[in-house]
Every structure is written in structure tokens, then in C-alpha cells.
Design a protein around this ligand. Structure first.
Ligand code: AVJ
Length: 320
């Protein structure tokens, strides 16, 4: 089952995102129903994710931001000035400036599949760093991307924060690391955020907060299916589940049917029995060793790891 993967937006005659419909129809037809996590992020979903990053239980954003704030001098020592920073994803308004301020880059190249997010983020950044050339590229970064000519001769630093790599199963994560290597080229470095394995209770709370924001985020996916794909999923009969899967070392999010239900999506009929779930997200967690193994399998040699003060999250610098 494909739980991840990206593609540029293509609409059909009715203005429906073709890839969204194809992913949902194929995913709901599987034995274990599943919808890829990338579909969480419509406008409402993106705002809910912003709310998640401020929850007391959701430590990754705060922990990674702390690392970026604390170690600027070492970033400058190990990365050096004059690199083109290529960010995989359109960038966070807090984390990206912390990195750019520390390392004195020669250019900033955000890559994102969503042109709207990309242009907004690039505009904000350019305003904060008036002298810095910003070259946004609208692209699917799961594949190798041709970077703008303007940065061709600059050494590159790839930046992939947030433990977004954790959304991918190992095979997809390795494919992505290898295409990043191709995109960035010889002599490049990669600065990547990776979350750590810890007490399953802490992990499950981070994905099932007391205020119910993550539950809303998860249910918003079903709401989006109903709105954009003419769905009749009964939202009040689904409930949010976050559970640690020790075999795969990941937190899984599911939408679980509270009773037997039947519904339609785009004219196709589906049924769920009580207790059956739609698998909506994987968030893989790592040991120090498994981080190295994954990076090495993707063609990257780890140079240095930083942890936050509570040892919950890591940022790793690797080179070609
Ligand atoms: C944005 C993929 C890093 O997996 O922690 C947060 C998304 N999902 N709460 C994560 C998410 C539920 C997040 N990433």
C-alpha cells in the first residue's frame, strides 16, 4: 500500500484533484483501508497542523526549534558560509530563518509541490533577508529536481526538518534520500530532522492530545473526502486512534468505525464493520543506529548529531 508519495496537482473537468480521488478510491478498496497522509494538508488541515505544533504534548517542533536556536555557531563551523540552502518543503516561518541566520548562505531555494504555499513562504523569507537571492521551485521533491542555473556553481545544503521523513516507510524514505542526493549533487550536505523512539505513552499522547486537536486533524481528512469527492462518510461514527506499532517503530493514526457503517465516495460504495479502521498516517521514530542505517542506505554519511536538552529529537548533518 502506498501511504506516501507526491505528485503535482492535476484537476479533472469537475475541478476534482485526480490524484486525490485515485488515492482515496484505491486506498478504501484495500483490505486495510488507507489514505496517504499527504492529503491531510488542505487549508483547514494546514491550520490544524499549525495548532498541533503548539500543543503541550506535541514536542517535536519545540525540540527541533531549540536545537536550531542553540547550535548556530557549530552549524557555521561545519557547514560554512556561501552555500545554497535547498529546503525540501516550503519552509517554516520559525525554523528556516534560524538556520539561515546562522550559516550565512549565498541563496535559498525552497522546493514545494504547492505553488501557493511556496510563493507565500518565499515572499516572507525574502522580506526577512533582503540581500539573499530566493529561488522558489514548484516541484515534486520525491523525484530528482533540476535546480535553478543561478545556484549551479554553489555548494548545496539540503534542509529537511520536522521529521517529515518519518511519514515514509523505509523503502520510500531511501528513495527520497537518494533523489535528494541527485538533486543536490557532489559535495553537498544534508541537515535532516529525525524524531527518536521513546516511551510509547509519550509518543501516543503527542498524537492524541487532551484538547482533541489531532483528532480534529485526522477527522478533517474524512471531511475533505466528503466535500471534495462527494463523500457520505458519517464523521460522527468515526473516532481518532493513535497507536504505537513496535514492529515498525512508528505511531500510526487511524479512523476507527464505532459501529457498522456504509458510505459512498465519488459514486463508489464502501462499508466498514465496527472496529475496522482507515489507516491515515505513519510517523516513524528512530534510534541513533537506525537513523545512521537509513541515511547510509540513502547514500548519506552522518557527520554530526544534535539533540534538544531533553534528548527527545535529533537534527543530523550528513554529507555525500
Ligand atoms: C508533519 C509529518 C512531521 O508526523 O509528527 C502531527 C504530522 N501528524 N500530528 C508528524 C503530524 C499528527 C507530523 N509531520
Amino acid at each position: 500500500a502506498a501511504y506516501d508519495g507526491l505528485a503535482l496537482v492535476e484537476l479533472d473537468e469537475d475541478g476534482v484533484d485526480k490524484a486525490f480521488r485515485a488515492d482515496v478510491l484505491a486506498g478504501l478498496a484495500q483490505e486495510q483501508k488507507a489514505v496517504p497522509a499527504r492529503w491531510f494538508y488542505d487549508d483547514a488541515g494546514s491550520e490544524l497542523f499549525e495548532d498541533i505544533t503548539r500543543l503541550p504534548e506535541y514536542y517535536p517542533t519545540r525540540a527541533e526549534t531549540e536545537i536550531l536556536r542553540e547550535h548556530g555557531d557549530e552549524f557555521l563551523d561545519l557547514i560554512g558560509p556561501g552555500r545554497a540552502v535547498v529546503e525540501f518543503g516550503s519552509g517554516s516561518s520559525v525554523k528556516t530563518p534560524l538556520l539561515l541566520r546562522a550559516i550565512e548562505p549565498a541563496a535559498y531555494v525552497p522546493l514545494d509541490i504547492s505553488g501557493d504555499f511556496l510563493r507565500a513562504a518565499a515572499g516572507d523569507l525574502a522580506a526577512k533577508f533582503p540581500g539573499l537571492p530566493v529561488h522558489p521551485v514548484e516541484a515534486d521533491f520525491m523525484r530528482e529536481v533540476a535546480l535553478p542555473d543561478a545556484v549551479a556553481d554553489m555548494p548545496k545544503l539540503g534542509f529537511f526538518p520536522g521529521s517529515t521523513i518519518g511519514n515514509m516507510v523505509a523503502r520510500t524514505a531511501v528513495d527520497l534520500l537518494r533523489s535528494m542526493r541527485g538533486t543536490l549533487g557532489a559535495g553537498s550536505q544534508l541537515l535532516i530532522g529525525m524524531d527518536l523512539i521513546k516511551d510509547p505513552k509519550v509518543l501516543e499522547a503527542a498524537y492524541d492530545d487532551a484538547a482533541g486537536v489531532t483528532a480534529e486533524f485526522n477527522l478533517n481528512l474524512a471531511r475533505r473526502i466528503n466535500r471534495e469527492l462527494g463523500g457520505t462518510i458519517p464523521l460522527d461514527k468515526l473516532h481518532h486512534v493513535a497507536r504505537w506499532n513496535d514492529t515498525f517503530a512508528r505511531v500510526e493514526m487511524h479512523l476507527e468505525a464505532l459501529e457498522d457503517i456504509a458510505f459512498e465516495v465519488s459514486g463508489h460504495r464502501f462499508a466498514m464493520t465496527a472496529g475496522e479502521t482507515i489507516h491515515t498516517e505513519n510517523s516513524h521514530k528512530f534510534s541513533h543506529r537506525s537513523q545512521h542505517t537509513l541515511l547510509l542506505a540513502g547514500g548519506w554519511t552522518p557527520l554530526r548529531r544534535w539533540l534538544d536538552s531533553q534528548g527527545r529529537f535529533s537534527l543530523i548533518l550528513a554529507d555525500w
